[in-house]
Design a protein around this ligand. Structure first.
Ligand SMILES: Cc1ncc(COP(=O)(O)O)c(C=O)c1O
Length: 381
């Protein structure tokens, strides 16, 4: 099956009892057993639930994996991955990553003796200098949040393979419509399914997808043992969202390109961060590993003036100022005070998250209306 068919049918069966085309929302915590241990494959909904199974099969299908796992949030999916490690193990992570991931790594897992190195990964060769006998994992997010840096997944996978490390790719920004990390050699794909996979800003969820059976077993064990699973209603919503992922992503990419070009030519804009520009430092890698450039971009204004940025954010009418991204509606964000506030100022400024940086999640509305909205807000400064 091709991707556009997989998002609709991948891993799906019509409901055996009724023929329902969409899986019923199995709103149950438990399942009748005819005799102890005799059941129809389901015992207790933390372990497995048929609506969640349908979603997990879809996750596996669209990412070209074999096994999918759904969690109660993106962060609980990340939490499960790090629980594969033991005290003393080391992780090499990109330094430009979602603030909540950074907080989980540094404020929770460092307490348990796991060591994280946050490094620039725009050049994959940087990774090797940090590998030692305790290194177990490489954590990559590409495109990165919010600087839209691109990490070469194939080159990172070659390094991971050579040193017997797990390569994890947070594919939240790109989605499998744009890039397939498992095909490029990654071991685990992770998603905040809250974003593009769900696509409608109505659910919080996380996903993991793997090919390797052994790794899948370990992760299923952690999923069940730690218990951060999502409910059947949320599973249904994300499954429904995935069915239009290809259509939404196509429009996100078109609108993202139009907005990036508009801002790039605006006299008050200092810099636009978007991997589709030919002068983006890793444009060629983006072109090679992605089918298009997505709907996420960030920009700074000339003078780096905090008050002016607030005026813009308060006056955008279609771009709603809100946390999150990837829904059908356009959102604006101020990483320094919102998504990345948990990263110390000097640390975030090193990666470019300055006070005047605005992040846009370009939705699927009319391109003309989106550009007019930005034009009107920029006129006020
Ligand atoms: C790239 C990325 N990874 C992970 C997460 C965390 O996911 P969640 O908010 O679903 O826990 C987010 C949330 O914004 C994100 O943007």
């Amino acid at each position: 099956m091709e991707f556009n068919t997989k998002v609709i049918h991948g891993g799906q069966k019509h409901d055996p009892s009724t023929g329902a085309v969409m899986p019923p929302i199995y709103q149950t915590s438990t399942y009748a057993q005819s005799s102890p241990g005799q059941h129809k494959g389901y015992e207790y909904s933390r372990t497995a639930n048929p609506t969640r199974t349908a979603l997990e099969n879809s996750f596996a299908s669209i990412e070209n994996g074999k096994y999918g796992l759904a969690f109660s949030s993106g962060l609980s999916a990340i939490d499960a991955v790090i629980k594969l490690l033991a005290p003393g193990d080391e992780v090499i992570s990109t330094n430009d990553l979602y603030g909540g991931t950074y907080r989980l790594f540094t404020k929770v897992f460092e307490q348990y003796g796991i060591i994280f190195h946050f490094i620039g990964m725009e050049n994959a060769n940087n990774i090797e200098g940090y590998i030692n006998s305790n290194t177990k994992m490489i954590w990559a997010e590409t495109p990165t949040n919010p600087m839209l840096n691109i990490i070469d997944i194939k080159a990172s996978a070659e390094i991971a393979n050579k040193h017997n490390l797990l390569l994890v790719v947070d594919n939240t920004f790109a989605t499998p419509y744009l890039q397939l990390p498992l095909d490029l050699g990654a071991d685990i794909v992770m998603h905040s399914a809250t974003k593009y996979l769900g696509g409608h800003s109505d659910v919080v969820m996380g996903a993991l997808i793997v090919k390797d059976e052994n790794l899948a077993e370990k992760l299923y064990f952690i999923q069940n043992a730690s218990g951060a699973v999502c409910g059947p209603m949320d599973s249904f919503l994300v499954l429904r969202g995935i069915k239009t992922l290809h259509l939404r992503m196509q429009r996100h990419c078109e609108n993202g390109k139009a907005v990036a070009n508009y801002l790039n030519s605006h006299p008050k804009v200092q810099k636009v961060y978007w991997p589709g520009f030919e002068n983006h430092p890793n444009h060629q890698i983006a072109k090679d590993q992605m089918h298009d450039f997505g709907g996420m971009l960030s920009f700074t204004i000339k003078g780096n003036n905090y008050e002016q940025v607030i005026i813009i954010l308060e006056n955008l009418k279609i771009f709603t100022l809100a946390e999150s991204l990837g829904g059908v509606e356009s959102l604006s964000g101020h990483p320094a005070s919102m998504t990345h506030a948990s990263i110390p100022k000097d640390e975030r400024e090193k990666t470019g998250v300055v006070d005047s940086l605005i992040r846009l999640s370009v939705g699927v509305e009319s391109e003309k209306d989106l550009i007019n909205d930005l034009k009107n807000a920029l006129e006020l400064i």
